[in-house]
Design a protein. Sequence first.
Length: 357
Amino acid sequence: MSVTTAGVVPYTLARRGVVMSPDPESADEREGVLNPGSGRTSDGRLWLLPRLVSAGNVSKVGLAELIVRDGVPVGVRRDGVVLAPEASWERASNHAGVEDPRVTWIPSLGLHVMAYVAFGPLGPRAATAVSQDLRTWRRLGPIHFEYEPGLDCDLNLLPNKDVVYFPEPVTGPDGRPAYAVLHRPMWDVGMVIGGSELVLPAGLTDLRPGIWISYTPVDAARQDPRSLAQVHGHRLVALPEFDFESAKIGAGPPPLRVPQGWLVLHHGVSGAIQPGWGPQPNVRYSAGAMLLDHDAPDVVLARTSVPLLEPELPEETAGLVPNVVFPTAIEEIEGTRFVFYGMADSKIGVAVLEEVR
């Protein structure tokens, strides 16, 4: 388990406006559009894959082409739904969803890999799907976390969220090339089965959810992409440390390789979390960042002690869940990197990611 070291993350975020709001005529968007994935098709077109929430808190993944003017995203053209909660493990009796998609283009596989939250009978679970065109997705199923005796914890028993794959191979814990995935297990099994039972890995005493990493061997995934949903080598990356993330943290967009390391934008949550899976009215979500080591991505080189972006605009402070800034996608347009983020679980905003020189 890694320990954060001191350092500076030389990046800033600056807002550029709202790019997607709910369509009042769409039943699929009645309770909001938020937390998108993103990707480019082979013709160079740039797309968002937003989470669409209909009545009864049923989430689907849509497809919407970005409208860009003068190099800045200003809106979208909707193009339907590409993933809906159809599998039994994506549907609970009072809640259903394929939620918060993070989409990573992995060139060495020739695939877009979507990690998403499947909300089913046992609560939120990490799941994966793959596509070549962003429109047709093949489910690989819930992610299976291989049991490791030294960890003394079966991660398959636990709810899990904020799942995202790296875009290129890294060095796995066994020294072999591997595809890596960040995720955020939660230790309160009582949230699923009732009661107050906790299941913690060996050596962990902090109950607050943090960012973990797991791996799939490159050879296995290239032979059969279904191996992406079979992961091992689980390591703790980071726990909450600072005031803006005092309750929990979770990974955001796909990690971005920069000269300093892997840049990981994340959300930090402060405030009082209520039991259950419903909206949390008494918390505050802000965006921070950390740098992970290129060769050992479970090692944090630096992280922000204050947010890069926090709820300030009316669209961020008022909505289905107030006071939320939730980054989930990064794309480069004409040499500028744009970050797409959920605003109060209701709309999608965009901000420019800039390096401080």
